[in-house]
Design a protein around this ligand. Structure first.
Ligand code: HEM
Ligand code: HEM
Length: 181
């Protein structure tokens, strides 16, 4: 079980990051929606502290994942794939990285510009990066509501493409993100 990617295959660390991030993002999207539907009060604040902590954890894991991607060989596209699909998948992957960064960053910016702290599992609060500004906070809140929808839509299209390659085209695309984990 190789840790590193090779020219043909994803290594175990890239697979670990991929599936861990999938679970964390799914949890944050479900949790964020449940929290947003709660009436204001101490219970909502408590639930939001958990959502924010997981959001910060996602930002940390994502940063490590990006460093790992940049310092590693990228597997070539599976050979039977037409060039336009290979290009589309590269663009999609970078787009997903952008949105995965934008979502927690907008969360942090939103909370801090509302004047609230961003806790990390009760261990510490993030340093205040911005001053309180309700107008900015409202705008960034809207961004936080839009970015997750874009992320979920593109990730769903990405997953459907992977399933299409596996079940219809019967090539190695999905298998190499799964096997020998
Ligand atoms: C990738 C990580 C994250 C994801 C996927 C995510 C997702 C979501 C979603 C889907 C909602 C519900 C949207 C709505 O209808 O209002 C939400 C709400 C919220 N998120 Fe996040 N979030 C993430 C990270 C963060 C972070 C890091 C913070 C702050 C430090 C944060 C703070 C909030 C707050 C305060 C709300 C509630 C807003 C309200 O009361 O309406 N989120 N999040
Ligand atoms: C939150 C959801 C998801 C996100 C954000 C996401 C993101 C990514 C990213 C960024 C890559 C490029 C590899 C890298 O640079 O790390 C990738 C590769 C891949 N993902 Fe996902 N993914 C998600 C869910 C899924 C699901 C549900 C499936 C399967 C049904 C899937 C199948 C794949 C496959 C097969 C590859 C490798 C593609 C290739 O060989 O070029 N992903 N994913």
């Amino acid at each position: 079980m190789a840790l590193n990617n090779t020219g043909q295959d994803y290594g175990s660390l890239a697979k670990f990051f991929h599936w861990l991030m999938f679970l964390l993002l799914l949890g944050a999207i479900i949790g964020g929606n449940l929290d947003a539907a709660m009436p204001d009060g101490p219970e909502k604040a408590q639930e939001l502290a958990i959502h924010k902590s997981f959001g910060v954890l996602i930002l940390m894991v994502l940063s490590l994942r990006l460093l790992w991607k940049l310092s590693n060989t990228q597997p070539a596209h599976v050979e039977s794939i037409p060039r336009w699909q290979a290009t589309a998948s590269t663009v999609t992957h970078w787009g997903l990285y952008l949105l995965m960064f934008a979502q927690p960053l907008s969360g942090i910016l939103m909370s801090q510009s509302f004047g609230y702290p961003v806790p990390f599992f009760g261990l510490f609060d993030l340093p205040m990066l911005v001053e309180e500004n309700k107008a900015v906070a409202k705008l960034v809140h809207e961004a936080h509501e839009i970015i997750w929808i874009l992320l979920a839509a593109i990730a769903t299209a990405h997953a459907l493409a992977a399933l299409h390659h596996h079940f219809v085209r019967k090539n190695d695309v999905l298998r190499r993100m799964l096997r020998r984990v």
